[in-house]
Design a protein around this ligand. Structure first.
Ligand code: GAF
Length: 398
């Protein structure tokens, strides 16, 4: 089965068309993009200072636009969402007051990034967003929008170009303007993802470009939202567990520490902490397995990770469980798990390339959900010089 997402160039065309229709003027001067991600293992570990193993995807968010004179900003999104207007207009404060979040909610990512951009003041612009990252699909649609927008601002007025602070600024934007106390994984991999690699411990690339492998991403179409209380509740429970254990974070805790302190915490706090401590260990083992090409071992750890997210961390849902259960029955599948924050979104499955058709068929026949499937054949997009897809003046028709 072929991939079913729009390429970067197609998204740029979509965004430029909308720009032309709305502003009826010359083509936008800048076009940038940033990728979404899939996390292979290491879930809900990042805000516990633990390990993660995400990879950047060919699903991306594109921003095109041009600067304007003055302080006025207009941003449009090509994304279909009947609940929210697709256009937002606002003025950049000139008196140093903060740019407050409001409606539409998608614009809060833009406002947050402007607020935390490291080369203020930002001046006015018009921009259009187009994305192939499914919204609420657990593949980092938010982080890819933040990072793409940050890159857009860099094109209008360069900052000092430090990639790590760029990721941190985007994470801060999500905290202050979207109200999600997320970890740093998504913004990091969107900024630093490298072709044919997964990233462990936030920044060390691990080669993952075996042509015999396929990474299959299956969307349950249950839209998740991390802006509700569940994500922040999990984070708070982890902090409470670390504090009972007398540690700065759960990364510093062992299962022995946890068992010794078991009678000093309630059962829920114990189960949350156990997931995190064991998931950090699993991620270390899985990374070593990946380096050795021990895919069976990797797959087994993926399934253990899913079960732990389902039973101990309680962030899975019936549809995700069904997708995983269906996938792992197929010959040639190494492992499968939910990916991202949970409460809906996608599963990720590691399998032998020859088993792809059978796996997709089996999942479709055996799950009640109508699913969208994306296939990431690992080394298919270059992220070496990603982000900047600058349209030359000639191409822009000027
Ligand atoms: C979301 C968050 F944004 C990440 O920081 C991470 O915590 C993830 O959920 C769970 O692993 O994507």
């Amino acid at each position: 089965m072929a991939t079913s997402y729009q390429s970067v160039s197609e998204l740029v065309v979509t965004a430029r068309q909308l720009y032309g229709q709305v502003f009826g003027e010359e083509a936008p001067r800048v076009a940038v993009y940033a990728p979404g991600r899939v996390n292979l293992i290491g879930e809900h570990t990042d805000y516990n200072q633990g390990f993660v193993l995400p990879m950047a995807l060919p699903l991306v968010t594109v921003v095109v636009g041009s600067p304007t004179a003055g302080q006025d900003v207009t941003v449009l999104t090509a994304a279909e969402d009947a609940d929210e207007p697709r256009r937002v207009d606002f003025s950049l404060p000139t008196d140093g007051s903060p740019l407050s979040p409001g409606l539409p909610s998608w614009a809060n990512y833009v406002k947050g990034v402007i607020q935390h951009y490291r080369a203020p003041p930002v001046s006015g612009f018009r921009a259009v967003i187009a994305s192939s990252v499914p919204l609420g699909g657990g593949l980092s649609s938010s982080a890819s929008l933040e990072v793409a927008f940050y890159t857009f601002l860099q094109q209008l007025k360069p900052d000092d170009g430090d990639m790590v602070s760029k990721a941190v600024a985007c994470q801060t934007a999500e905290h202050t303007h979207a109200g999600v106390p997320c970890g740093i994984m998504d913004q990091f991999v969107s900024v630093l993802g490298k072709e044919g690699h997964a990233l462990v411990d936030q920044a060390t690339p691990v080669p993952l470009a075996d042509p015999r492998l396929v990474i299959l991403i299956t969307n349950s179409n249950v839209k998740h939202s991390l802006t509700g209380s569940e994500y922040s509740t999990r984070r708070r429970q982890c902090e409470e567990a670390a504090s009972i254990l007398g540690k700065d974070s759960l990364r510093d805790a062992t299962m022995k520490d946890l068992e010794e302190a078991r009678n000093r915490m309630d059962d829920v706090t114990y189960r949350r902490a156990r997931h995190v401590i064991e998931e950090i260990q699993r991620t270390v083992q899985a990374t070593e397995a990946l380096k050795r090409g021990a895919y069976k071992e990797f797959g087994k750890l993926m399934v253990e990770s899913h079960n732990s997210l389902r039973d101990l961390y309680e962030v899975s849902c019936r549809e995700l469980d069904e997708l995983v259960a269906a996938a792992i029955k197929v010959d040639g599948v190494f492992g499968s798990r939910m990916t991202g924050g949970g409460f809906g979104g996608c599963t990720v499955t590691l399998l032998q390339a020859h088993a792809i058709d059978m796996t997709i068929l089996h999942i479709q026949v055996n799950t009640q959900t109508h699913i969208h499937i994306y296939m990431a054949n690992v080394p298919n997009v270059s992220y070496q010089d990603y982000h900047q897809y600058t349209i030359s003046r000639k191409e822009a028709g000027r």
